[in-house]
Design a protein around this ligand. Structure first.
Ligand code: ATP
Ligand code: MG
Length: 565
């Protein structure tokens, strides 16, 4: 296999441990923790993407490596955007990646009562107050990074009044947005997040699990650390944007005196030629630019799966990307490399012709046919062989024939001789064109003693072509994909919308392709290598909907992508 295009982790690094593993090893060695407990906390407001895969591989991978536990926690504090569909999709995707949440499955909403109790506890100890300022006033009062904020006029309300007002908020006596509960920390703190952050808001929204039980909901910062603590999470791994939230995470845990989970941040995964925020992915779905969250061009796990990616390839990719503190952008080609690396070893081979023209072997007896053995996978002899039907009339690829060709052309053309894969050597005789000038048939003669595996002809053929026997061919639709965005950083332009950079050629649909008959038995989720064309997988959805085989190309055989950006 060719080397991956970029290798952020070098070969020896596989042996060494990254900084988070180092912390964990130290914590185990010092006896700080007897065992490790991590969690993966997706918000069920969209499908998981390849960035989440990195976080999953990290938190699940660590639990696996150190014989610990990992929880799947749905972080569902934002009722309006969340739904059961997303919960189901997330479970499916994590399982598909090959991970089990051996520590259990939880929902932040399961802790609403407990979190509410924590808020009451803060109020009782003078650490929280109800603020009646408008959101604008609160924002203005926060100050700036270089200028201290100002105390809210409601900051020093007596505890009893705060308790009363907070219970009224919960009881639904105040309209949405009328007031909020804020932690009372320090309005001059250098970290803006510590300037009396809002911890509860009134929102009459139907929650996908708790229904209309609540009209107040905790803010992310007030829910996350406490949920970690409730679950006894030892190491709470998240992306760098939460680094500035860590003092607050620690403050709540300390002030409440609960289990001291530790938050550790790592650099998020950024991939070129795509967008990764769920909000942007949702726009692609809602505006119909893609077919859905699982469109094979989407960087979602479900999209990659449908396209033909394997769990192994995604895990390999995440390993290669590595864990660090520094942000960078990973080349999409690395993901493709990881897939080729896996599929080259395991994918059964097959032949398909995407743009068929007929090849007629004039000296092959009319009405005769034979079965020729072909290896299922040259990388894996245990995969065995299959019998390919062969006869007088075959399909070959239109682009494998040229009416005029020079010395460097090793495919078919006047004067040329080629081998048909796993079959015979054939020599050009002539060709026929249709009324529109397009080549319709190429005529050749074959050498009966040149059969693959028992070739005694002594004839040399430099090129090898793939083919499909006309009589037994199955018709199929094949979908070829390219980068969804032509710009390497579609959401990196301050003055332009990322949608402006959509690649108009990201999908090519080829109908009336011809594939070998064995593929009629192919199962979805088992990608095949189509000789010379790439790795393809059956699109279960479309095959069902249309009643004919639809194949998605996951990746070409070589990294042939020429950037346009
Ligand atoms: P998005 O920004 O795409 O909307 P999010 O961070 O809001 O994602 P969550 O559901 O909250 O999505 O993410 C769950 C976990 O996945 C978090 O711990 C988050 O840090 C991690 N995560 C999200 N995006 C990435 C990424 N690109 N690379 C690595 N980890 C990520
Ligand atoms: Mg989030």
């Amino acid at each position: 296999m060719p080397e991956p295009p970029i290798r952020p982790a070098d070969a020896n690094e596989a042996e060494s441990v990254h900084f988070i593993e180092q912390i964990i090893q130290d914590d185990l060695a010092s006896g700080k923790h007897a065992s490790i407990h991590t969690r993966f906390p997706p918000e069920p407001n969209g499908y998981l993407h390849i960035g989440h895969a990195k976080a999953i591989c990290l938190s699940f991978g660590i639990a696996e490596k150190y014989d610990g536990q990992v929880n799947l926690r749905f972080d569902d504090t934002n009722p309006e955007k969340e739904s059961q569909e997303y919960v189901d999709a997330i479970r499916r995707d994590v399982s598909w990646l090959g991970y089990q949440w051996n520590g259990g499955e939880y929902f932040t909403s399961d802790y609403f009562e407990q979190l509410h109790g924590f808020a009451v506890q803060l109020i009782e100890h003078g650490h929280a107050y109800v603020d009646h300022q408008s959101p604008e006033e609160i924002a203005a009062g926060k100050g700036t990074p270089t200028k201290a904020g100002e105390d809210s006029p409601f900051r020093n309300r007596p505890t009893e009044e705060n308790l009363q007002l907070f219970s009224e908020m919960r009881a639904g006596l105040h309209p949405d947005g009328h007031c909020v509960l804020r932690a009372k920390i320090d309005m001059a703190h250098p970290n803006m997040h510590m300037r009396d952050p809002v911890i509860y808001r009134i929102k009459r929204a139907h929650h996908h699990r708790t229904g209309d039980d609540w009209c107040i909901y905790p803010m992310y910062d007030f829910a996350h650390g406490q949920s970690d603590s409730i679950e006894g999470i030892t190491h709470s791994l998240c992306t760098l944007e939460f680094e500035v939230h860590r003092p607050l995470y620690d403050w709540f845990i300390r002030t409440l005196g609960i289990f001291p989970s530790r938050q550790i941040e790592f650099a998020r995964l950024n991939l070129d030629h795509t967008v990764m925020s769920k909000r942007k992915l949702l726009r692609l779905v809602e505006e119909g630019v893609v077919e859905g969250w699982d469109d094979p061009r989407m960087p979602t796990i479900s999209g990659l799966r449908r396209r033909g990616f394997t769990p192994e390839s995604i895990r390999t990719f995440c390993e290669r990307v590595g864990i660090a503190k520094r942000e960078n952008v990973i080349d999409f080609s690395l993901l493709e490399w990881a897939l080729r690396e896996h599929l080259n070893r395991v994918a059964p081979r097959a032949m398909a012709v995407l743009d068929p023209i007929k090849l007629v072997i004039l000296n092959y007896p009319e009405g005769q046919s034979e079965m020729l053995p072909s290896e299922n996978n040259p990388e894996d002899p245990s995969a065995g062989t299959r019998e390919m039907p062969f006869s007088k009339v075959l399909y070959i690829e239109r682009e494998d024939f040229k009416e005029e060709a020079n010395k460097k052309w090793f495919r078919l053309a006047p004067g040329k001789t080629v081998r048909l894969k796993s079959a015979y050597i054939v020599r050009y005789l002539d060709h026929i064109k249709g009324p529109n000038g397009q080549v319709e048939e190429v005529h050749v003669e074959y050498f009966p003693d040149s059969k693959s595996g028992s070739d005694t002809s002594g004839i040399k053929a430099k090129g090898t072509l793939h083919w499909v026997n006309v009589e037994t061919a199955e018709e199929a639709e094949v979908r070829l994909y390219d980068r969804l965005f032509s710009d390497p950083a579609p959401d990196g332009h301050a003055d332009r919308d990322f949608m402006d950079f959509l690649n108009p050629d990201s999908l090519q649909v080829r109908s009336r392709c011809m594939v070998e008959p064995s593929l009629a038995l192919a199962r979805p989720g088992v990608p095949h290598q189509f000789t010379r064309l790439g790795y393809f997988t059956l699109d279960e959805k479309r095959t069902k909907d249309t009643g004919h085989m639809v194949w998605n190309r996951a990746v070409t055989l070589k990294d042939g992508w020429k950037g346009q950006g």
